[in-house]
Design a protein around this ligand. Structure first.
Ligand code: FAD
Ligand code: SIN
Length: 545
């Protein structure tokens, strides 16, 4: 089945929805999303959006905090743009009905690690849900947007899928849309559009323990890489220091986050014997950037042979704690923890990918007609380490900029007769689901054990050998098998795991979120140097650091 539209948006988190709304008055938009519309990382965001609203704050301070956290890899122009354009877009969210928490008639601004000022705009501890539901409401009501739930993008359509083929490897690649699986009907449709937007979020599910929901399997990064887009900096995986210990048993595929805003509110980290330990690691104590806090916790756990550390809120005003963190209070209570009286057991978990599909300041990827925004993108904002609550901000700013850039383009549609239809002849249905679930777990365990918070060349090489093998096995299986959502995700997880390890092996230094015991310090020669991967740059699988 062939669908034609002006703009194809893949993903319904803050980036995809905001972009779709921006375009809807001018263009016909089809938005495909792999589960129900609200299911996204956005929906689980707790802390808030970092932005300058306080009279004691300034754009310069927010810019400096972002650049300091980014450890020599942030692009100043990008940081300045995002910080300066943020407040107007947040006001727009408010105008669309997002209810942020206020105090004395002004936005109540929280504080998180690495920020020198209070600047986190939030809706109690359910900021993401508040934003997501307001955006979904508006997008659903717009006559020019068609939302298709339970539609999984499988592959981008480029010159490789034209009947006439690709003339030369040196010609620019164009994106003409995507092949998309309708999971309810098990049919792969051809969705054609002069502009495609990848807003598929992150890839936390590559790791065994993650705050990310099951949808976060790096599909956008994998599809873009296979299509020839430039990918960068995947070694910079952010581990959030504090997730509820053992919560995965109860929460399904994800660990329950205890927001950094809780530490911003005054919570303390302690070992099981009650000792505070952050002073040994950083002067900023509990409010050091999260790479430092996560590594400190990891070191304490290894040193003591213990399974978790604790967050202590018991000295804080209990009524205020309950008022500011109702969701965390309630969820912990379900596990028998009264956060105003008991310490909360916490461990780090994979949380955010700073790298992704490279984009320019307008969200354009290196493939013509393909824009990217949100967590899937590598814009240059975060560098080697994202400052807390800068991600929702980045998604808003880049969705807005990508939409403005799209509107300057002529919406010329491609002749559908030129595109090869999806071909699944000679494939059969999966007979043994255990192969898929076993491989998924194997990748997640490998990545957790060998490509985690602290790395070494030995462990990375070991991971690479195993993932190379798994990737090959999964590719062979994929070619013979009718596609399903689970198989698509497995293939993407294996590729993204491979790309993360490849990037990590190429970065022979420790910087920001990438810490390896073989090169424990930053190399000044690598200041400002991204790790870029692309299968089309000569030679094949070329890696430039
Ligand atoms: P997402 O919101 O993840 O949306 C991706 C969408 O793409 C989903 O709809 C998904 O179903 C869809 N999709 C994926 N693959 C496919 C496919 N193949 N086909 C079709 N659809 C697909 N950041 C902050 O700035 N502040 C915070 O307080 C904060 N808290 C967080 C708390 C948690 C628990 C988590 C997990 C993250 C948090 N983050 C926070 C990070 C932030 O939420 C995300 O980076 C951001 O929401 C990403 O938005 P997005 O639109 O790029 O992607
Ligand atoms: C949190 O609330 O701690 C998450 C904030 C973020 O990831 O930016």
């Amino acid at each position: 089945m062939i669908h034609q539209t002006d703009v194809l948006v893949i993903g319904s988190g803050i980036a995809g929805l905001f972009y779709a709304l921006r375009m809807a008055d001018e263009r016909q938009v089809v938005l495909v999303t792999k589960k129900e519309t609200v299911e996204s990382n956005t929906n689980y965001a707790q802390g808030g959006i970092a932005s300058v609203f306080d009279e004691n704050d300034s754009f310069e301070l927010h810019i400096e905090d972002t650049i300091r956290a980014g450890a020599g890899l942030c692009k100043r122009e990008v940081v300045e743009t995002v910080v300066r354009e943020g407040p107007a877009l947040i006001r727009e969210l408010i105008a669309w009905g997002v209810r942020f928490t206020e105090r004395n008639g002004k936005l109540d601004l929280g504080r998180e690690g690495g920020h020198t000022r209070h600047r986190i705009v939030h809706a109690q501890d359910l900021t993401g849900k508040e934003i997501e539901s307001a955006l979904v409401r508006h997008v659903r009501n717009h006559p020019n947007v068609r939302i298709l739930e339970n539609h999984v993008a499988v592959e981008l359509i480029t010159e490789h899928n034209l009947r006439r083929g690709h003339a030369s490897l040196h010609e620019p690649v164009h994106c003409y849309g995507a092949y998309v699986l309708d999971t309810a009907r098990s049919i792969v449709g051809t969705f054609l559009a002069p502009v495609t937007v990848l807003s598929t979020g992150g890839c936390g599910q590559v790791y065994l323990h993650t705050t990310n929901p099951a949808i976060a399997t790096g599909d956008g990064i994998a599809m873009a890489y296979r299509a020839g887009a430039r990918i960068a900096n995947l070694e910079f995986i952010q581990f959030h220091p504090t997730t509820l210990y053992r919560s995965e048993d109860h929460e399904g595929d994800r660990a329950f986050l205890i927001s950094e805003a809780v530490r911003g509110f005054g919570a303390l980290l302690r070992t099981s014997s009650g000792e505070r330990f952050m002073a040994q690691y950083d002067d900023r104590l509990e409010l050091a950037p999260r790479d430092i806090v996560a590594r400190a916790i990891d070191a304490e756990l290894k040193r003591r042979g213990e399974e978790c550390v604790y967050l202590d809120l018991t000295h804080l005003d209990s009524a205020e704690v309950r008022r500011f963190f109702p969701h965390i209070t309630e969820t912990c209570a379900r596990y028998g923890i009264d956060i105003t009286r008991d310490w909360i057991p916490v461990v780090p978990a994979a949380h955010y990918v700073c790298g992704g599909v490279m984009s320019d300041l307008e969200g354009r990827s290196s493939i013509e007609g393909l824009f990217v925004c949100g967590e899937t993108a590598m814009t240059g904002l975060h560098g080697a380490n994202r400052l807390a609550s800068n991600s929702l901000l980045e998604a808003l700013v880049f969705a807005d900029r990508a939409a403005r850039a799209t509107l300057t383009m002529k919406p010329e549609r491609i002749d559908s007769a030129e595109i090869l239809p999806w071909d699944d002849s000679d494939t059969y249905n999966v007979r043994e689901w255990v192969l898929i679930s076993h491989n998924r777990k194997e990748i997640q365990t490998l990545m957790w054990d060998f490509v985690g918070i602290v790395r070494s060349t030995l462990r990375l090489e070991r991971a690479k050998r195993r993932i190379d093998f798994l990737l090959q096995e999964i590719e062979d299986f994929y070619k013979r098998t009718r596609v399903s959502a689970k198989l698509i995700e497995l293939r993407n997880l294996a590729l993204v795991a491979n790309l993360i390890v490849t990037c990590a092996l190429h970065r022979k230094e420790s910087r920001g979120l990438h810490y390896t015991t073989d090169y424990p310090r930053p190399d000044p020669h690598l200041d400002g140097k991204d790790t870029i991967l692309s299968i089309f740059s000569p030679p094949i699988n070329h890696v430039a650091v």
